[in-house]
Design a protein around this ligand. Structure first.
Ligand SMILES: NC(=O)c1ccc[n+]([C@@H]2O[C@H](COP(=O)([O-])OP(=O)(O)OC[C@H]3O[C@@H](n4cnc5c(N)ncnc54)[C@H](OP(=O)(O)O)[C@@H]3O)[C@@H](O)[C@H]2O)c1
Length: 212
């Protein structure tokens, strides 16, 4: 499969690039500068592009089988740029006639109880709240994109660099937590989940939580 990876220079993106390349897929990795450090595979094609610009997205996506996003706001940007990115990506994919998108989203919109999302719980960290709410706003835009075969794949509440075990669990619309209530996944195993979803397409039109 030939995959356009938006956000390939990011912490999660580099690991998704490695996982795709290790499985023999073609990867065109996008960052704003065109530089992607930390992915050693010479098969990676690196290109510059702005994911808030639908023209750029359409130009870059053309000819690919699928698009994966590990986009996140830059350090000096409002989290609301996630909505701008989502709108541009949906429009760009439409113009390029690419109909498969796996988007790395946020855990904040996942349910921890029948009527309670993680972001609405009392101990949700205040410093992450605006990012979590922007990610939910971006999800709302994606949810309306009926013509696109999208998957909104959310990490566990905590995601860090770690080990690739190849093991993980998923849940539709729900936070995945272990028996102690801890919700965690390594970035390497999140990358496994994302590439599995690209290959298998088991969760089209789904907000899918991941974790152990
Ligand atoms: N528990 C959770 O819910 C949770 C935890 C962690 C992360 N996440 C989400 O996962 C996503 C990825 O996280 P991360 O930590 O890997 O992010 P990151 O390291 O900040 O990477 C963000 C990526 O987006 C790219 N980017 C930013 N603006 C762009 C633009 N206008 N055009 C093209 N590329 C652009 C960056 O590239 P350049 O800066 O090189 O251009 C970089 O590759 C984020 O949306 C984040 O909110 C969720």
């Amino acid at each position: 499969m030939d995959v356009l990876l938006l956000g390939a220079s990011g912490r999660i993106g580099r690991r998704v690039a490695d996982e795709l390349l290790d499985r023999g897929h073609g990867v065109t990795g996008v960052s704003r500068s065109g530089e992607i450090e930390g992915v050693d595979d010479p098969e990676l094609v690196s290109v510059a592009g702005d994911a808030t610009d639908p023209d750029d997205v359409a130009r870059l996506a053309a000819g690919h089988d699928a698009v994966a996003s590990t986009l996140g706001p830059g350090d000096d940007e409002s989290p609301d740029v996630l909505v701008e990115m989502m709108e541009a990506v949906i429009e760009g994919l439409g113009r390029a006639s690419v109909d498969r998108l796996v988007w790395t989203g946020g855990a904040g919109g996942l349910h921890v109880g029948p009527d309670t999302r993680l972001v609405d719980t009392d101990d949700f960290p205040e410093e992450w709240e605006s990012l979590a709410r922007a990610a939910i706003d971006a999800y709302d835009v994606l949810e309306a994109a009926d013509d696109l075969d999208w998957t909104y794949l959310a990490p566990a509440a905590m995601i860090e660099p770690g080990e690739r075990t190849g093991e993980y669990r998923t849940a539709e619309g729900e936070l995945v937590a272990d028996e102690e209530g801890d919700s965690y996944i390594s970035m390497e195993d999140f990358a496994v989940a994302l590439v599995d979803e690209l290959e298998e397409g088991n969760a089209v039109h789904t907000y899918l939580g991941t974790g152990y």
